[in-house]
Design a protein around this ligand. Structure first.
Ligand code: ADP
Ligand code: MG
Length: 594
């Protein structure tokens, strides 16, 4: 072993930066929190290239003196605590005095800052190797941090950054968390010159949620409130029927600080037990207030985990409070398991569970169906044992195709879910929803590959307030949506208008909002960088969406067309997700029953 050395400050800071600055979003978080701690009433964030090129945060807070403007980049320079007791009762976001030192170790930082009482502002530039330049300049009161070329000196870290949309998504998450805790502060954020959010000072948290997440989230929540000696709880929880398969909009805060807690998440989920199906998560915005001395915010460098002295007590209170709120609004009773005309197992949307269970089958009669007519019965010779197997393996697919080429004169639609029809070796059962999924998948892939258009059904225009960020999703994907048969145009800053949907989508008015929500989920997914993979994934998503939003089959003719299209395609056997579309019950099995 060599001799001991004390690391130069710059290198020590770079190592420490690894903990604090994991990605551009970490910088946004730290700078936003500092601006809030500085008492700002207005904070703007400017981002270029998802933060790789520039992250700028401008506030109108207390500003810094010329001396502090330099000092703030030193490690352990903080104005927020000075004694051990202070550490016990932190009310600010920051207190470690690490963030700016860490950021300046892995990026080029320029600060301009002025206190309201000072005549002139100070500019501090921290360049490569911690080199500091200062100047006296003119600037508005407050602070303006510009962070350029993040990770310029740590190429490994730079290489591990994800695509711009993913990194920017993380930035927006941090922005949202801070904006939610401070409705009284005006926040804005722009990306590559485009305004993403411009949030005015809001009257209350509910208005902030409305501005941030749109009316389809804010409109579906109920108020939460409880006051005990240990904790005060406020905020909102989502209605059970709006719980989603993709988690998102689950927020826990304590004393105004966002934190993660699988434990308290469980308390919330437990309160929803039996009101929501497995695998979905309700939205919630829960604010806890406790004595700062009873929590330890110090256990994690990025400070999203927090230790609670009374965590099991708070668990019980939280559980009881959410449960009581849900009970008071009697959601338990309002869940409707109606299955009529429903499409089975759509993957998206709030309603999927209501299709799951069916009870006694009801047979829909086909007016043209004659149960005594035997003309289409397969000849006994065709019911040979070898042919009478379930079609389980891929190589059997050829046989399935041959079976379909026999005359298929009789069609029965069972419960809107299955098509039953005779096949050479037995009874063929086609799962309607899955067949649609398969057909739509291939159709969508074709449409995405060439520049074809899918025909459209016009609607009475329906306006849906989706929030500024989601409105941008529709704008960014306008071309693709149009090709797939959606006519959706942005309106104002946070609303979209649906004028048309692809042919075959249910036109029932209430369904459109749900459709828009489902589209948001699809469009906001992390995107693959390989175009073919992305097209496949998109096609899968749109296929599930289309199947979920399809109206019921209206006639045996339509069922026949569905079967014909299914078998004309590439693979009639499995959905793109690998689920079985067609079963044949062998004649032998049927005979065994008698
Ligand atoms: N936007 C700002 N306005 C005024 N002062 C600031 C601002 N950002 C940082 N500071 C000062 O710089 C110090 C160091 O900031 P930081 O490294 O984030 O540490 P911490 O927030 O943990 O104190 C803060 O304690 C504060 O005094
Ligand atoms: Mg800080």
């Amino acid at each position: 072993m060599g001799k001991l050395k004390i690391l130069p400050a710059q290198i020590a800071n770079m190592i420490a930066a690894g903990e604090v600055v994991q990605r551009p979003a970490s910088v946004v978080k730290e700078l936003l929190e500092n601006a809030v701690d500085a008492g700002a009433s207005q904070v703007s964030v400017v981002v270029t290239d998802a933060g790789r090129t520039l992250i700028q945060v401008i506030d109108n807070g207390c500003g810094m003196s010329p001396v502090d403007a330099v000092l703030c980049f030193e490690r352990h320079a903080t104005s927020k605590i000075s004694t051990a007791e202070d550490l016990e009762q932190i009310r600010t976001y920051g207190f470690r005095g690490e963030a700016l030192a860490s950021i300046a170790a892995v990026a080029e930082v320029t600060l301009r800052t002025r206190r309201p009482q000072d005549e002139t502002a100070t500019e501090v530039q921290v360049g490569a190797f911690g080199e500091v330049k200062t100047a006296t300049v003119a600037a508005p009161s407050g602070s303006n941090f510009s962070v350029r070329n993040l990770f310029y000196n740590t190429p490994a870290r730079r290489k591990f950054l994800k695509s711009d949309p993913i990194e920017f998504k993380h930035i927006l998450e941090e922005f949202t968390r801070v904006a939610l805790t401070r409705p009284e502060i005006a926040f804005s954020i722009s990306h590559n010159g485009r305004d993403i959010y411009v949030l005015k000072k809001a009257k209350s948290l509910k208005f902030r949620v409305l501005d941030l997440l749109g009316s389809n989230v804010a409109g579906d929540v109920v108020d939460l409130a409880a006051e005990t000696s240990v904790v005060r709880i406020s905020g909102f929880v989502g209605r059970p029927d709006t719980a989603r398969k993709t988690p998102g909009n689950q927020f826990l805060f304590v004393n105004g600080r966002f934190f993660r807690s699988p434990y308290f998440h469980k308390a919330v989920m437990k309160a929803y037990e039996e009101m929501i199906p497995d695998g979905v998560t309700p939205a919630y915005f829960i604010f806890l207030e406790t004595d700062p001395r009873s929590i330890d915010v110090n256990i994690h460098p990025t400070k999203t985990e927090i230790k609670f002295e009374d965590d099991s007590v708070i668990f019980q209170i939280l559980y009881a409070c959410v449960k009581e709120t849900l009970g008071r609004n009697s959601f338990g009773a309002s869940i409707d398991f109606n299955t009529e005309g429903a499409v089975p197992l759509p993957q998206l949307g709030r309603s999927f569970e209501q299709y799951k269970d069916v009870g006694m089958p009801v047979i829909e009669t086909d007016p043209g169906f004659d149960p005594f007519h035997t003309g289409d019965s397969p000849a006994p010779a065709e019911a040979m044992p070898g042919l009478g197997r379930h079609i389980d393996r891929r190589e059997d697919y050829g046989r399935l195709f041959e079976e379909k080429t026999l005359p298929l004169g009789r069609i029965l639609i069972l419960q809107g879910k299955y098509i039953l029809t005779p096949a050479a070796s037995g009874l063929m059962i086609v799962h309607i929803g899955r067949a649609r999924e398969r057909i739509l998948y291939e159709q969508t892939l074709r449409t995405l590959a060439r520049s074809g258009h899918v025909t459209q059904t016009a609607l009475f225009p329906v306006q849906v307030r989706v929030g500024a960020n989601c409105r941008l999703l529709f704008e960014d994907n306008a071309d693709m949506l149009a090709r797939l048969g959606f006519d959706i145009t942005p309106l104002g800053t946070d609303t979209v208008v649906v004028n048309g949907v692809p042919e075959g989508y249910s036109c029932e008015s209430g369904k459109v909002e749900q459709l828009v929500e489902d589209l948001v989920l699809i469009l906001s997914e992390e995107r693959e960088s390989l175009p073919e993979l992305m097209q496949q994934r998109l096609a899968e998503k749109f296929a599930t969406l289309g199947a979920a939003h399809a109206g019921p089959l209206s006639s045996p003719q339509e069922a026949q067309r569905l079967i014909d299209t299914l078998f004309a395609g590439d693979n009639a056997e499995l959905t793109p997700g690998g689920r079985r579309i067609v079963h044949i019950i062998p004649l032998g099995d049927i005979e065994k029953k008698f």
